[in-house]
Design a protein around this ligand. Structure first.
Ligand code: GRF
Length: 214
C-alpha cells in the first residue's frame, strides 16, 4: 500500500511539486491525501486537484490554538501515515504534534542545527559559512529543533547572494525530500525518545543526500 501523505504548505510548493512528480513517475510509493494551508492563495494548493485542497486562515478560526485544532482534525480526517511540512510557515503547537507522534517531517533550508528559523541563506552569507544546505527532520515543539534525518550540502560560492544560494539549496531540497520520503515509504524511519531511527538504529549523524546518476 502506498503511504498516505498529508502536506502542509504556505507558499510556492516546489517541494510539493517534486513529490507529485515523483509519485506520477512511479518513483515514490505514496499517495497525497490532502494539502493543507494557512494561506488560501498559496500556490502550493494549485499543485493538487481541488478535492485535495484545504485552506483556512488562523484569523477565521479564532486564533492560533483554534486554528491548530481545526487543522489537526482536518489532517486526521485524511488518516495520513505521515504529515510533511514543505514551506509551512507556522509553528505547529503541542496539541497538533501530539496527534501525530513521530510522524511529522519538515524540510528546512539550512544545515541544522545551524540557522533555525527564517532568512537562513542571508544568515549563512553574513556568518561567512563555507557550506550551506538543507535538512529534513522530525518536527517537535521547538522551532526546527527535532531530530535530523538527512542533509544535503552545497558550497557557498564567491559572489553568492541570498537568491543564488537559495536556488542552489532548493535544487538539492527536492531530491533530499524524496530520498527521505522513500525511506518512510519503506517503513524504515521512526522516532524514539527524540532520536531518529533508520532500520531501528539510531542515526548519530544525518544521512547525506545520495546523488543518483541515471
Ligand atoms: C523551502 O526552502 C523549504 O526548505 C522551506 O521553505 C521553502 C519552501 O519552498 N521550509 P517551496 O514552497 O517548496 O517551493
Amino acid at each position: 500500500m502506498p503511504i498516505r501523505l498529508a502536506i502542509l504548505a504556505s507558499g510556492r510548493g516546489s517541494n510539493l511539486q517534486a513529490i507529485v512528480d515523483a509519485i506520477t513517475a512511479g518513483a515514490l510509493d505514496a499517495q497525497i491525501v490532502g494539502v493543507f494551508s494557512d494561506k488560501p492563495d498559496a500556490q502550493a494548493l494549485q499543485r493538487v486537484p481541488e478535492p485535495l485542497r484545504w485552506a483556512r486562515t488562523p484569523k477565521a478560526c479564532g486564533g492560533r490554538d483554534a486554528f491548530d485544532a481545526v487543522l489537526a482534525d482536518a489532517v486526521a480526517g485524511c488518516t495520513p501515515d505521515w504529515v510533511v511540512c514543505v514551506g509551512y510557515m507556522r509553528i505547529l503547537g503541542e496539541a497538533f504534534i501530539a496527534r501525530f507522534p513521530g510522524r511529522i517531517l519538515n524540510i528546512h533550508p539550512s544545515l541544522l542545527p545551524r540557522h533555525k528559523g527564517l532568512h537562513t541563506h542571508q544568515r549563512a552569507l553574513d556568518e561567512g559559512d563555507a557550506e550551506h544546505g538543507a535538512s529534513v527532520h522530525f518536527v517537535n515543539t521547538e522551532l526546527d529543533g527535532g531530530a535530523v534525518i538527512a542533509q544535503a550540502r552545497v558550497p557557498v560560492q564567491a559572489g553568492d547572494d541570498a537568491e543564488t544560494l537559495a536556488a542552489r539549496v532548493l535544487a538539492q531540497e527536492h531530491p533530499l525530500l524524496l530520498q527521505t520520503l522513500r525511506m518512510a515509504a519503506e517503513g524504515r524511519l521512526a522516532l524514539a525518545d527524540g532520536h531518529a531511527l533508520l532500520d531501528g538504529q539510531r542515526l548519530y549523524t544525518p544521512l547525506p543526500l545520495v546523488s543518483v546518476v541515471h
